[in-house]
Ligand binder design. Sequence first.
Ligand SMILES: Nc1ncnc2c1ncn2[C@@H]1O[C@H](COP(=O)(O)OP(=O)(O)O)[C@@H](O)[C@H]1O
Ligand SMILES: [Mg+2]
Length: 416
Amino acid sequence: MDSSDEPGVTGVMVIEPMGNAGRFLAEAAARLGLRLYAATDEQVHAGYEPWLTHGLAGVCLTELADTERALDDMEVFCRDHRIAGVAVCWELLTPLAALLAARLGLPGNDPLRAKAARNKIVMAEAFRAAGVAAPAGAVVTGAEQAHAVAASGRLGWPLVVKPAEQGGSWGVSVVAGPDGLDAAVAAAGRFTRAEPHGLPLDSRVLLQSYVPGEEFSADTVVHEGVPFPLPVVRKDTTAGTYRVETGHSCPAGLDARTVRAIQDTAARAALAVGVRNGIAHTEVKIPPGGGPVVIETGARLPGDNICEIVEAATGVSEAVAYLQAVTGQLPHIAPTRDEAAALRFLLPDRAGVVEDVLIPDVPGTHSHIDIRPGQRVPEPADSSGRVGHVVARAASVDDARRLAGQVIADSLVKVS
Ligand SMILES: Nc1ncnc2c1ncn2[C@@H]1O[C@H](COP(=O)(O)OP(=O)(O)O)[C@@H](O)[C@H]1O
Ligand SMILES: [Mg+2]
């Protein structure tokens, strides 16, 4: 018997569960007694790992880059499988999820505003309209325009140059002066399609004024338009031209008032991009002496194992809360634990072929290696340059950070 025939069992359709958050969604669906279904492309499905294949009750094969076809295929599939909600892991697919939920009459996000959660140019307009604090910016299509904007002095230096539609810090650079601008604009404008689905991208480039200060992320689960704040996470990044995450830790090590201010700002950002029944992952920086400024928000669960860090520290499962929201239930957001967790990535010094990798096995930590000896690792300019990571758990966030930092300091990554 098909699982969807069992009385009382409903399902959730995840548009492309392959990715960091997919694992947490599969676990959360099992906890909630929900069947998990995937929509994906045939050739992407062929590369699914066993943990994902085993977690799925069924798969709708379609072509996610063809919006009309994907909507038609998924609509038929969802009606056949008693689907109670639509979820998504990939930022670029969040507008498609909003359209599907609307077609099916399921709880979802505002399809008319959903593009603002994917495209940073539309996002900046949405933030401006809603009065959400965000960096001043300008849109350009080439280096000449970028030089003209820079010469106007309106955005100051350094300038942040980034693609309109991308993630994982791909193509993002912080430029100190006019000399670096040509390369930065070329790096940001080089994306026309996103793999593995071949989704067409807006290849315009966004220039932003640089926001100094510490960086945090705060997620917001939204039920029927009402935002519920989730724990704030401290984000560590590299400091130069490329801002790559080096780690995440929770709790954020901030006073209660600052945590509240970040959560309020994140909630306002989520609503501004049309999140109504779902989750948003918002990144903010706090300039010295100022309030939180939103760098970006996405209508999706966080990546980078942030779901694991938050649950280890607070007992809150963001994936459970998200599935509750997309199936129209009140999300569970109350912390049940008061501990701490920190994640640190292992990055190479430079690009090359990995010769040797070692992350020591230390009590209170666990680690994972992504790039094995013999494989090529790119320069750590974006999230593809990670060799592995370690997660440390402790009673206090300082201890967790120290432990994770020590493990990374004692790790080895040799490239040739
Ligand atoms: N305007 C800005 N001011 C300061 N830092 C920024 C700014 N924009 C981006 N960054 C840095 O670059 C990182 C990546 O940029 P982001 O806009 O989040 O792109 P992505 O979608 O690739 O994550 C951010 O996490 C932040 O550290
Ligand atoms: Mg980001």
